[in-house]
Design a protein around this ligand. Structure first.
Ligand SMILES: [Zn+2]
Length: 57
């Protein structure tokens, strides 16, 4: 089963986004933060769905 990943910031689907990244929240380490290439370029803020941590870092 393939999950549809969405950017945490822009909510865009990452199906064909080669520049996207997925990483654990730097604060709580539990939630996956997903950022699309587009959001990284624009330095769009992301927010952790678990602890509310915000940042582009
Ligand atoms: Zn977090």
């Amino acid at each position: 089963m393939e999950k549809v990943l969405k950017c945490s910031a822009s909510k865009t689907e990452l199906t064909n986004d080669k520049g996207s990244v997925i990483f654990k929240c730097p604060k709580c380490g539990q939630a996956d933060i997903i950022r699309s290439y587009h959001s990284r370029e624009l330095a769009t803020k992301y927010e952790c769905p678990k602890c509310g941590f915000e940042g582009p870092n």
